[in-house]
Design a protein around this ligand. Sequence first.
Ligand code: PMP
Length: 406
Amino acid sequence: MTAGSGSATRPVVGYANRMSRVRPSAIRELLRHGTDPEIISFGGGYPDPALFPVEELHRVYADLLTPAHAAALQYTASNGLPQLRAQVAERLTRDGMPATADDVLIIQGGQQGLDLAAKLVIDAGDVIITEDPTFLGALIAFAPTEPRYAPVRSDADGLDTDDLAEVLATHPDAKMIYVVPDFANPTGVTMSLPRRRRLIELANAYGVLVLEDTPYRQLRYDGESLPTLKSLDTEGRVLHLGSFSKILAPGLRLGWASASPEILERIALLKLAADTQNSTLNMAATSAYLQRYDIDAHIADVLPVYRHKRDLMLATMADVFPASVDFTRPDGGLFVWLTFPEGFDAGTFMAENLLPEAKVAYVPGATFFPVDHQPHHARVSFSGVPDERLVHGITALGRLLRRELG
Ligand code: PMP
């Protein structure tokens, strides 16, 4: 057959079945609004770039880009620079998860950990248990492994372990429980300690992998930190993911995975196959940053900025939203989750009213549900919008909601 002689609908190459699950996401569409300066976008979950320690990073990169440090431009160990792994291990140890460098694998942000975890345990048709709603980026990462989903209710105390018990009884062969225990994306809620303990009990009873994703863990604005699932793990079945994205800078693409040697060795093999290693330069720079500067002092500087933005957003919502609109009150992270009355379609409302009339954007919530795409929710982020525009945007949203809902 000559080129171009096929039917118009036939693809140029034959795609794998898994590609039917790989589609552009609503989020990507929405992030485009972030580039229109007129639109006030609460859509993206980007950290505030004004908070990146640019000067300090400039100095460490400048020092590394000298002949004496040419090794920073060389290949290195696929599981990550030993020094950086040791520094991460030290932070994990302080956070109740005793670890050495050998217990840490450096990955391309937490996102790569989601991809590798699904490759580790999911065959087509296997069941992944998630919160309902859950992180869209996880659904995107898991999709190529062709899973089925068993969603579990969540509320102000995070994933509901009574519902989890029922879901596990229905799906006793489930392969993985994916959970964001601290300041979840998209809801902002945090899982209570009793539920954390119960989740581990249930995971042990059913022999299922727990994928614990903690990119917002250090962004706590109120209250005391709760033990991670990994620190409560009694049988080595928790794969813990963390990230430098929200505490340093996401462009470094640096995160970590920590798990039992049995699991971590396999994850490391998958990482090697996927991309050989993270950027040596970015690992060396981050390691040097951690050595020369105090990242905890940096985080302590960042927290009041986000705390203020969260407070401003919640106070404005309380003032201007109709009583029929509910919203979460996160103790940390970057997101607030809105629940509108049943029958309200947050996607249609944004396309037909909010964007054209007020030039305000959020992320319609339907896309965060793995199965039953409930239309009456939205995710808003308070991280990326200056105060005045934040108040202006939420006030405009409130005005249109009052008109729509009475
Ligand atoms: N998990 C969750 C819950 C997230 O919200 C994000 C990013 N926003 C990630 C993982 C991945 O982040 P990164 O790859 O930058 O660490």
